[in-house]
Design a protein around this ligand. Structure first.
Ligand SMILES: NC(=O)c1ccc[n+]([C@@H]2O[C@H](COP(=O)([O-])OP(=O)(O)OC[C@H]3O[C@@H](n4cnc5c(N)ncnc54)[C@H](O)[C@@H]3O)[C@@H](O)[C@H]2O)c1
Length: 317
C-alpha cells in the first residue's frame, strides 16, 4: 500500500548526476512546458524522446538538441503512435526510465454554452477530455508496462512516471468545465497509480500541477486577463526544476508539486508540495481512506484455494 512520506521539501536542490545516462519520454515535448522539461532533462544528461503531434516544432527542437533527443511524431490519442514512441526509446537507448505525461490542450468549451434559441440542445465536442484524460491514461499504461517489464529483469532501477495536472485540478475555475474535469481526473488517476506503484519494483508516480504559465496554450485574451487582473504567472523553468527534483529523489512517491509564482508563500523556488491528497488535516477523510483500502489489504494477505498467498491487489473482474 502507498503510505505518505510527507511533503517534499521544495527548497532541496535536485541531486546532480542522478539523471545522467537515463532515458526520458516527454509527451507534448515540442512546446511550452514540455519543451522546458526536454531542455532541462537534456541539460542534466538524459536522452529524451519528444513525442508530439507537432512535427515542425518537434523536428526543430530535435535538430537544435541533436544527439540528446529523438523526435517521434505522435498523437497521444493513438495507442499505435504512442506505442511506436515507447518502442523508439527502447530502440535508441535500450531503456525507459522517466515518462512525463505532459501533452494537453485547452480550447473553447461548448459544455456550458447553450444556444436556447434552438429547439434542441447540441451535442458538445469533448476534445479536452479526450486529449487530457485518455491521452494521459494511454501514456501511463505504456509507462507502467515498460517499467514493470524492465524492472522484472536484470536492468532493475528507479523508474518514474510524472502526470501533468494543473492547479485547475485543485481549485474552482470559470468557463473551462472540460479542462477542470480533465485535470481533476488526472489527479484521481495519480491516486490509483500510486497504489499500483507501491506494490514494488522501484516504480514511482508523481504529479505536477502548474498555475498559469506563459505558453501557447493560453489564448491572447487569457494572457491579458491574467496580466491585468494581477493573478500572476509561474515560470516554465520552475516546472522543469520541479521535474528534476522529482526524478532525482527516489524517495518522492505519490506527491503533487504545484508550480506557482515565486512570491507566493513557501515558493521561493517556484514550486511547493500541495499536500492535498493525503487527508492529514482531516481525520474523518483519513479514516475513510483507511477503510477504502481495507478490502485490498485483506485480499493481499489472503491465500488462494491451495493455500498460496495472493500477494496481489484485487481486480474488478
Ligand atoms: N501553461 C499553463 O498555464 C498550464 C497550466 C497548468 C497546466 N498546464 C498543462 O501543461 C501541459 C502542457 O501545456 P503547455 O502550457 O506547455 O501548452 P503548449 O500548447 O505550449 O504545449 C502543448 C504541447 O502538447 C502537444 N499536444 C497537444 N495535443 C497533443 C496530442 N493529441 N498528441 C500529442 N501532442 C499533443 C502540442 O503539440 C504542444 O507541443 C498541458 O497538459 C497543460 O494542460 C499548462
Amino acid at each position: 500500500m502507498y503510505t505518505s512520506s510527507g511533503p517534499v521539501d521544495a527548497s532541496v536542490e535536485s541531486k546532480a548526476g542522478s539523471v545522467k545516462g537515463r532515458t526520458a519520454l516527454v509527451t507534448g515535448g515540442a512546446s511550452g512546458l514540455g519543451e522546458a522539461y526536454v531542455r532541462a532533462l537534456v541539460k542534466a544528461g538524459a536522452h529524451v524522446v519528444i513525442a508530439d503531434r507537432d512535427e515542425q516544432a518537434g523536428s526543430k527542437l530535435q535538430n537544435e538538441l541533436s544527439d540528446s533527443t529523438t523526435f517521434v511524431r505522435c498523437d497521444v490519442l493513438s495507442w499505435k503512435e504512442q506505442l511506436a514512441a515507447f518502442k523508439k526509446a527502447i530502440e535508441v537507448t535500450g531503456s525507459i526510465d522517466i515518462v512525463m505525461a505532459n501533452a494537453g490542450i485547452a480550447t473553447n468549451d461548448q459544455v456550458f454554452y447553450n444556444d436556447i434559441s434552438r429547439d434542441e440542445p447540441e451535442e458538445p465536442d469533448l476534445p479536452v477530455l479526450k486529449v487530457n484524460i485518455i491521452g494521459v491514461v494511454l501514456t501511463a499504461k505504456l509507462a507502467m508496462w515498460y517499467f514493470e517489464k524492465q524492472n522484472a529483469g536484470e536492468n532493475k532501477r528507479d523508474r518514474c512516471l510524472i502526470l501533468k495536472s494543473s492547479m485547475a485540478g485543485y481549485l474552482d475555475l470559470h468557463g473551462a468545465p472540460q479542462y477542470s474535469c480533465s485535470k481533476f481526473a488526472v489527479r484521481g488517476f495519480m491516486r490509483a497509480l500510486r497504489q499500483q506503484a507501491a506494490l514494488g519494483n522501484q516504480i514511482r508516480v508523481n504529479l505536477i500541477a502548474p498555475w498559469y504559465v506563459k505558453t501557447p496554450i493560453l489564448s491572447g485574451a487569457m494572457d491579458t486577463f491574467i496580466t491585468k487582473s494581477g493573478a500572476g504567472f509561474a515560470k516554465a523553468a520552475d516546472a522543469a526544476a520541479a521535474l528534476l527534483c522529482i526524478v532525482s529523489n527516489d524517495s518522492i512517491q505519490g506527491r503533487a508539486l504545484a508550480i506557482v509564482p515565486r512570491d507566493w508563500e513557501g515558493a521561493s523556488n517556484g514550486y511547493v508540495d500541495l499536500n492535498q491528497d493525503d487527508f492529514e488535516d482531516s481525520p474523518w477523510m483519513h479514516r475513510a481512506q483507511e477503510y477504502a483500502l481495507k478490502p485490498a489489504k485483506y485480499a493481499m494477505t489472503s491465500t488462494d484455494s491451495e493455500g498460496n498467498p495472493l500477494k496481489t491487489a484485487p481486480r474488478q473482474d
